[in-house]
Design a binder for this molecule. Structure first.
Ligand code: DGL
Length: 271
């Protein structure tokens, strides 16, 4: 048993999709979350900048005594995973590998759609992992740079004409190709789940990179005998690099409980 907390980070709110799943799968775990809300989005930035930001995020999280760090961000997982693993002697779990595994297992017709940030699509990381598992797969990938800013501004609900129009345009080539599986390769996108599901239509499996990342954490910690007592009630503490107010209201809605008083601001440039 290991009672130390799990560190989770993302460029903003998206990593909460992993936190939500983690707290449901592993209710006994304590979580320290960092959302780099002052510098979101990461997905339109260069590789060097993403690596620099990710190093700072990890350095901040490592100021706590953690048992593992979850990169709850498709952009950082696909761009900086190897660098972070090499530089940090602590288990680091990303979202690409577990999402690729889930997609390869879910697709019946071998046509898979992938949506992610520009940086994620540029790396080809999901494509390589999915092809390694299922070389027969036809993969249609589409960068969706407008989704993260929309989600960060609370524009993710069905009936929102702006988000629905953007989703229709981004998903058109994936629908046309007849994909039966859609990988939400950015952890912000599961917040758009209802919009994306209704645009794709019935019978299309949506793979949430946040949820798959959380399942991989459970597997990894269980295999290492490093889970906390499942009978206790874990606690989440949140840190952000910009104002607390906006994060509190959206995170409270998304997590289904009030996080007021649980969020602090951190100057991430010091790390
Ligand atoms: N949640 C991040 C991801 O999974 C969003 C990246 C961004 O900030 O653009 O890619």
């Amino acid at each position: 048993m290991d009672s130390r907390p799990i560190g989770v980070f993302d460029s903003g709110l998206g990593g909460l999709t992993a936190v939500r799943e983690l707290t449901s799968l592993l209710p006994g775990e304590d979580i320290i979350y960092f959302g780099d809300t002052g510098r979101v989005p990461y997905g339109s930035r260069s590789r060097d900048t993403i690596i620099q930001y990710a190093r700072q995020d990890v350095a901040f999280l490592r100021s706590f005594d953690l048992k593992a760090i979850v990169i709850a961000c498709g952009t950082v997982s696909s761009t900086a995973m190897e660098v972070l693993e090499r530089e940090n002697p602590i288990p680091i779990i990303g979202v690409v590998e577990p999402s690729a595994r889930a997609a390869a297992a879910a697709s019946r017709n071998g046509v898979i759609g992938l949506i992610g940030t520009q940086a994620t699509i540029r790396t080809g990381a999901y494509l390589r992992r999915i092809r390694a598992l299922r070389p027969d797969v036809k993969l249609i990938d589409v960068a969706c740079p407008l989704f993260v800013p929309l989600v960060e501004n609370g524009r993710f609900r069905p009936g929102d004409i702006v988000v629905e129009t953007v989703a229709r345009e981004y998903l058109a080539p994936i629908k046309e190709a007849g994909a039966d599986t859609l990988v939400l390769g950015c952890t912000h996108y599961p917040l758009l789940q209802d919009v994306l599901a209704s645009e794709m239509g019935p019978g299309v499996a949506l793979i949430s990179s946040g949820a798959e990342g959380a399942r991989a954490v459970r597997e990894r910690l269980a295999a290492a005998g490093a889970l906390n007592d499942p009978g206790r009630r874990g606690h989440c503490r949140f840190y952000v690099s910009d104002s607390i107010g906006g994060f509190v209201s959206l995170a409270s809605v998304f997590l289904g409980h009030d996080v007021t008083g649980e969020v602090s601001r951190v100057d991430i440039t010091r790390y």
